[in-house]
Design a protein around this ligand. Structure first.
Ligand code: AMP
Ligand code: MG
Length: 318
């Protein structure tokens, strides 16, 4: 029997029993458990094979829940929360003392988000506890954007995937921390940098060297297909180089199809970055299952969601 189900009541019983349910969000599917259950949280780390030093994001149903999770809310955090929640933005704030160390990897800060997905908002509002939910993929693999991706990854180790369809935004949330009350982007993501700057003015993006190597979304290799992956602005040149191999091409909107290509996926025929983001991981899953020798990925335009996607693709191709 499939573990994919729309039964919210069943998800509630499993979570109340300190076990895990994969939940839909508008970014990617999450592997969720009760933040106050040591058993559930340990099980998240074991199931994903995620190192314990990597902190988890806490998901809540509304802004009224925030006081229970965090100790302080800088003015610009409040502005961002009011503007973008529910939505694809995670805020890293000083934690409330009741938040377990397992969630924050012993840090004094906690990451929190209100996801913008009807099913999961309903689930969260019916549960007496918030959910910790990292992406529902084994550590370092491609994130799941469809219930089938999760089921394929965790068949035997998971009781249920709550079916919420395909993730609308398709890449992980944008993570924002604060330095002397000023926002700093820790991870680019499904909320474009420009949208954030429209609300709080110019913000700095942590560069590779400043980034904490403990942070999984920030590892140099991550989100990676099993197949060798190349990120390039010169797709034709790479096709020429690999013409004797089995080639897959993942392009933004142009078709490069010729006799030397075995498979091609175009992310958005109408040059739409939002559509491209929502198709990105599913396309990578598809190409990764074709036994190709190499996947040649066309670099996206370096603005808006294109910038966030390039960040993921650089790590996939590392
Ligand atoms: P995932 O849920 O797998 O997409 O990963 C969660 C992301 O949130 C990781 O990149 C974490 O490093 C980041 N994160 C969670 N908590 C914190 C924190 N307290 N400080 C900095 N980053 C955090
Ligand atoms: Mg992840």
């Amino acid at each position: 029997m499939s573990i994919i189900s729309k039964d919210i009541q069943k998800a509630i019983s499993i979570l109340e029993n300190e076990e895990l349910v994969a939940i839909p969000t508008e970014t990617v599917y999450g592997l969720a458990g009760n933040i106050f259950s040591e058993k559930a949280i340990k099980s998240i780390f074991e199931t994903k094979q995620r190192p314990l030093f990597n902190p988890l994001i806490v998901h809540v149903s509304g802004i009224d829940q925030l006081d229970k999770i965090v100790a302080e809310i800088p003015a610009k955090a409040k502005l961002l929360a009011e503007k973008f929640w529910p939505g694809s933005m995670t805020l890293v704030l000083k934690k409330n003392p009741n938040i377990p160390d397992l969630i924050t990897a012993g840090k004094s800060t906690v990451a929190v988000r209100i996801p913008n997905h009807k099913t999961t908002l309903e689930l969260l509002s019916k549960l007496p506890f918030p959910l910790a939910a990292p992406s529902a993929n084994p550590f370092n693999n491609i994130s799941p954007t469809k219930p089938e991706h999760v089921a394929r990854y965790f068949k035997e180790n998971l009781k249920m995937v709550l079916d919420g369809g395909t993730c609308k935004n398709g890449i992980e949330s944008t993570i924002i921390g604060f330095n002397n009350n000023e926002p700093v982007i820790y991870r680019l993501g499904a909320l474009a940098l420009e949208e954030i700057e429209n609300v709080v003015g110019p913000v700095s993006v942590m560069n590779e060297k400043e980034k904490n190597p403990d942070a999984p979304g920030m590892l140099q290799k991550h989100y990676a297909p099993k197949t060798k992956t190349i990120l390039t602005t010169n797709v034709k040149g790479e096709i020429e180089k690999y013409k004797t191999s089995k080639i897959g091409v993942l392009s933004f909107s142009t078709s490069f199809k010729d006799n030397t290509i075995d498979a091609e996926i175009r992310l958005s025929r109408s040059n739409n970055l939002q559509e491209a983001a929502s198709n990105l991981y599913d396309s990578m899953h598809q190409l990764d299952h074709l036994n190709l020798d190499v996947i040649i990925v066309e670099k996206l335009p370096e603005f808006g969601l294109g910038k966030s996607m390039n960040d993921r693709l650089k790590r996939a191709a590392f």
